[in-house]
Structures are given as structure tokens and as C-alpha cells.
Design a protein around this ligand. Sequence first.
Ligand code: 5GP
Length: 191
Amino acid sequence: MKILEDKILAEGRILPGPVLKVSSFLNHQMDADLIMELGKELADRFRADGVTKILTIESSGIAIAVAVGAALHVPVLFAKKHRTSNVSGVLYQTLVHSYTHGTDYTVVVEREYLKADDRVLIIDDFLANGKAVEGLLDLSAQAGAAVVGAGIVIEKGFQDGGAQLRASGLRVESLAIVDSMDENGIVFRES
Ligand code: 5GP
């Protein structure tokens, strides 16, 4: 999506990891107009799929998830980070490895908000190794809910999360796919 690629080129910073820092418009300060536009584009791509629920993970996925939920007029559920993995039967829980922090953490959703008759659209800001999306797939599977696909703002195509998820049969839609980023600049995949 051209406006997103232009914004990344203008304001994105490459950090060790490699991590693409987009804190000026997505991950810290947020460009609300742009995020609403990105959300509308993701919503349009999944509009025919009978989505009943948006599922994301706190905290950086929430803004884009709300934008998609507003465009599709469906509730937005975010998996919460939980201090302990020893939780009661009212929750679904799963373990996620954090790309940016290098640690594992438990996320939970309350069972009453994710049901077997839900058609879930997973939304996140970034896709790298796919662990966050895998965690959200696991929560959906525990609930018996169908997942129609995953909508991502920025996919790092040089990491294998996207390829693995697509190979497993999941539909993954990314608004920008970064094929390389280094001292020579950022290269996007042709869409
Ligand atoms: P994955 O679970 O696919 O390995 O990583 C995705 C998660 O890690 C996203 O929820 C996002 O918060 C974070 N993340 C991964 N790579 C980047 C990156 O390059 N920049 C930023 N800002 N976050 C990232």
C-alpha cells in the first residue's frame, strides 16, 4: 500500500534485531488518520468472509485492530498479557515468544468473549517469525472458533513467519512486505 510504504521510507528507522522502528506513527505516537485508513483497507480485504470478531494481542496491535473492527462493525478482542500461567478455567491461555523482548509470556482471553461460532480475523502490527499470530491461532482453536485469516500492517518478508503461516493454509494479508532492510535502505516486495 503506497501511503504506508512512503510513510515507512520517510519515518522508519532500522534498529539491531533487526527491528523496524515506526514509533512516530504506529507503535508509540500514532497517526490516527493513517491507522484508520490502513484498517479500512484490511477490512475491505476480508469483508466477504463473514468476520464476527477481530482478535489481536496487546499492546501494539490494538490500534490497528480497532480500526479494522470499526470498518467491519464487529467487536475487537485483545489477548492480555498475564503475569502467571496458572490461571482458572474462565480463561483461554497460550504462551507467546516476544520477538522484540526475546522472552516468553502468557496471554489470555476470557472464554465468554471467544466462542465456537465466531469467525475470527487476526490482526497485528508486525509479522516477523509468526509467534504472535500462532498464539492467537491457538486461542481461537481452544475456543473452537474458525479463523478466516490474518491481516498485518507490516510483514518482514525476510523472516519466515509469513511463509510458514501461508504454507499451513492460513490466508495472510499484509499491507507492506519488507523484503530487505539494511544500510542500503528498505526494499518492499512488489504487490
Ligand atoms: P512475531 O511474533 O511474528 O515474531 O513478531 C510479531 C510481533 O513482534 C508483533 O506483535 C510486534 O509487536 C513485534 N515485532 C516484530 N518485529 C518487529 C519490528 O521490526 N518492529 C516492531 N516495531 N515490532 C516488531
